[in-house]
Write a protein that binds this ligand. Sequence first.
Ligand code: BMA
Length: 367
Amino acid sequence: MTLMTKIVYAAFAALAVASCATKAPEVAQAPAESLRNRLQMCVDSGKVVFGQHDATSYGIGWRGESARSDVKSVVGDYPGLINWDLGLIEWDAPSQLDGVPFDDIRAGVAAQDARGGINAISWHPRNAATGGDSWDVSASPVAEMVTPGTAFADTLDLWLGRAADFILSLKDADGRRVPVLFRPWHEHTGSWFWWGKDLCTPEQYKELWRRTRAVFDAKGVDNVLWVYSPDRVADFDDYAERYPGDEYVDVFGADAYHHGGEAGTEEFMARARVQLDAAVRMAAPAGKLVALSETGCEGLAVTDWYDSVLTPLMEGYPLAYVCVWRNADNIPGHFYAPYPGHPSCQSFVKFYNNPKILFAAGMAQMK
Ligand code: BMA
């Protein structure tokens, strides 16, 4: 190094030290971290985000009007969270399993982000062993999928890669990746999906998560918060049995549906409380988040469900969000949020007016 070079280096070093002293270095926050911070802010201020699956994709009597949502038609605002499903991304299909084009999901995620809301993603992949859907439990590919070197292990990697690529492609108008809550391999404490309890061992199930994470990490996915979401459980041990580990999970969820109308209320509340108690117990020591990741009363058979069942259930739990399922345009009676004219609108408006519940406009303030 010549003397002149040394002087130039020294000058640059001095400048660098001076600028560090006056200005803290700006470290870009990973998109997932900013979502975690926003959700934590909601919890810390005693608020809960309200969400719905496919809220802007279709509703009762309509489909494909991107600015529309049954929730908005009833209360004038969009849900604070919108869930989307990736089912059929594994086959590289143009539309997901309920007919929503993946391009529309990309646009819908960006639109929800632009209005201040947040996004979540579930995934109902096909059964690689049978070619059937997620609910085909006549055979399960899991044991092979988690055994390196097998054909199904390659399929799993391919499918995970497609899901990861799609999630990486979720961008806002400025080209920044939009963070999402991702909830793979859900409701695994039941046996209605090919990754369910009777279809694989706890170790195989955990390996499914490890593999999922390995593929996502290798792709550089930095816009996912991971949600673990058992359905009904007997107790805490049942909730925890297939937990892959703290390094894999950011949010402890619970999927719990109300069945059987008014007569089912007590059983639903008791069942959901066992799940939420377990979620809170898992989350607390690790400082993680808790959510009612899927819920609802099909057809709103309990007319005042939102204020007489859901609201009391939520009380007492530090929930980051609750998400109800879809308002299907093609299955009569398969809806979970009211639509204009439905008798449960009054109950839903009360729920909307509860200052603790965040819809999109409220979420826009939580930044
Ligand atoms: C189920 C039902 C199905 C749908 C699936 C995936 O709960 O709503 O009609 O295909 O979710 O969205």
